[in-house]
Design a protein around this ligand. Structure first.
Ligand code: HEC
Length: 114
């Protein structure tokens, strides 16, 4: 029955096609940008903590995180995003917007101590 998102208990969403990154960008601008920002850097509250987490760039989840897998992040988006309107995206939309997120640079996973 597929894999489960680490720590979230959310089923992954694997599709057998490449994500349409351009379509994902259009969706991002319409449905995600208000919280996560035009540059993906998220939104800080007045205490300097993230109200909405960054999705790419230096502060975002790293390349070793479960979230950096296409099917994992697509499943998370499908079932949890847009925040407050979850489950409103189709499988195809979640897949494409996930592809758009992962088309950006993020920190490299660097294991410590070994
Ligand atoms: C109303 C504000 C809002 C909107 C709109 C929104 N998000 Fe989020 N997003 C959040 C919040 C709050 C969290 C943290 C919640 C959590 O971890 O359960 C989050 C977390 C995430 C995460 C996990 C980040 C991490 O480091 O674990 C991803 C990926 C994500 N959102 C993608 C999207 C996508 C793609 C869209 C558009 C389809 C979207 N979000 C729309 C508020 C929003």
């Amino acid at each position: 029955m597929g894999t489960v998102v680490q720590g979230h208990g959310i089923p992954a969403l694997p599709l057998e096609r490449e994500p349409d990154v351009a379509h994902g960008e259009t969706l991002y601008q319409a449905k995600c940008l208000a919280c996560h920002g035009a540059d993906g850097s998220g939104t800080l509250d007045s205490d300097g903590r993230y109200m909405f987490p960054p999705l790419w760039g230096p502060q975002s989840f790293n390349s070793g995180a479960g979230m950096s897998r296409q099917s994992t992040v697509a499943g998370f988006i499908k079932h949890k995003m847009p925040f407050g309107a979850d489950d409103s995206l189709s499988d195809d939309e979640a897949w494409d917007v996930a592809g758009f997120l992962l088309s950006h640079p993020r920190p490299l996973f660097q294991p410590h101590g070994h």
